[in-house]
Design a protein around this ligand. Structure first.
Ligand code: HEC
Length: 127
């Protein structure tokens, strides 16, 4: 948890005072609520099907754009990086700006708290 907080804090360039806020906020249950916004397009359970977007089980620590059977945009097919908390936070804050040409039609999560919580949930539900 401390590690995740530090990474998220780094991603947002938060001050030391701000980090405490994120630490208190990172909450799996709250993250599950935030994840409702994602459910129109994503499943997260093991073996869940691909919908408009790929299944997100085990996404933390996995290579971007590699879920079996999902038709990714060229942008994701050509991407080569591993999803960790920092990358996820940056992507979910601004999907379009993060990876040009990706086709996730989601405006992004504007609240740092929502980001921290949804990533905590994805880490929990996806492992
Ligand atoms: C309107 C549908 C839609 C919504 C809502 C949506 N996504 Fe996506 N998501 C997609 C699509 C489509 C892709 C694949 C993009 C591509 O191939 O360019 C994607 C890709 C992703 C990826 C990369 C997966 C990989 O295999 O590398 C992650 C992570 C992700 N979404 C997380 C989320 C989260 C978390 C939310 C909610 C906060 C969310 N998405 C909301 C459609 C959506």
């Amino acid at each position: 948890m401390i590690h995740r907080t530090l990474v998220l804090a780094a991603a947002f360039g938060l001050t030391v005072a701000g980090m405490t806020g994120v630490a208190n906020a990172a909450d799996v249950e709250a993250g599950e609520k935030v994840f409702k916004k994602c459910k129109a397009c994503h499943t997260i359970e093991a073996g869940g099907k691909n919908k408009i977007g790929p299944n997100l089980h085990g996404i933390l620590g996995s290579e971007a754009g590699t879920v079996e059977g999902f038709k990714y945009s060229k942008a994701f097919k050509e991407a080569s990086f591993t999803w960790d908390e920092t990358e996820l936070a940056k992507y979910l804050a601004d999907p379009k700006g993060y990876l040009k040409g990706n086709k996730m039609a989601f405006p992004g999560l504007k609240k740092e708290e929502d980001l921290a919580n949804v990533i905590a949930y994805m880490s929990d539900a996806g492992s």
